[in-house]
Design a binder for this molecule. Sequence first.
Ligand code: ADP
Length: 410
Amino acid sequence: MSEVDHLLSKKVADRYLKREVLGEGTYGVVYKAIDTKTGQTVAIKKIRLGKQKEGVNFTALREIKLLKELKDSNIIELIDAFPHKGNLHLVFEFMETDLEAVIRDRNIVLSPADIKSYLQMTLKGLAFCHKKWVLHRDMKPNNLLIGPRGQLKLADFGLARIFGSPDRRFTHQVFARWYRAPELLFGAKAYGPAVDVWAAACIFAELLLRRPFLQGNSDIDQLGKIFAAFGTPKLSQWPDMQYLPDYVEYQYVPGQPLRQLFPMASDDALDLLSKMFMYDPKARISALQALEHRYFSSGPPPTEPALLPRPPPKRDSLNSKVSDFNQREGPIVLSPPRKSRRVMPHREGIDGHTYQVDKVDDHVDEIKPAAGERSEHVPMSLDFSVFGARPPSRPTINRAKQVLVESSNM
Ligand code: ADP
């Protein structure tokens, strides 16, 4: 990186005041930060560029520029992207929780209308991106983030394509397999938006069951779990399957009726689910068609996002407010001239605006009704037996660690 580039990237990095680590994801550490230009709380994903020591490659930058143009109310906004110290930093709007936390919270009752609302927002985000020819490729409940007014937004869109598929060495990635479409498990190199629809179907199933639906512990086992549920696909059902690179013939097993797998779901829900779970990707319903399915027009109507049950925001504990955002000392600057620098509450933004630290986090207090506060949503089809079951033991992510981060890490 030239001296000028270095100074430029430092200037951009200086715009963000880093707070605590939110977690470690597929591509690197995610930090909470404050944008001094706008006062907005943001999440910064620091992507290790690994071997590309020379800097960010042009293809990645071009792709990221495209992602910045993807603006939709159900897609997380990529606010900024800049290289800094050999890492790429992606700045996203900050979100309070995610769908995995909703599904796993045993204090939350999800009514059929709530499930419909969460699925509708997921499909709207997907349909928008597919319209722009962008695939997600890593759809799973913890990539569906939830904002302060209950809006669900797809996160990490397109990153799998830019930075490569999730690395299986990371333990938290193993459960991404549970959402993988059969064509991917058979090694398809050419695939399309249907892979995201399969994953959305798994998420729909998980909302209904309150546990991950198909929990394979290897790719072979994943296919086994899929076939045990829906029956081994016949060539008549999926003619192109035999040409896939890793295709092997499986012993035939019959499937189970969907009604048996999802005893509490409505007929419309099951019909849509069966179309999203079609084996042949060519026959699988698209995200847009799914949104037009009668499941969404028949009663009950989807719950208003602001009224959806969700867990208390896990990303802003009292602890983090007190320790990370000490009014006297101020937070640590992302890219300090010295090893570590603290700023006073009043700071000049790079655009010349005076930035008031004690104001920026106001929205955090706008927490919407807690799960227990809703009495109007009476669950109409719920399998209460699942509440007795322990949540599945997923590999854990080191999320929302309430620690101060040494700026030298950036
Ligand atoms: P993964 O690769 O496993 O999907 P991510 O890299 O997306 O994980 O995220 C790592 C951690 O950071 C997770 O705890 C995630 O919830 C959190 N996180 C990611 N994006 C945001 C965001 N925009 N707002 C708040 N937290 C976020």
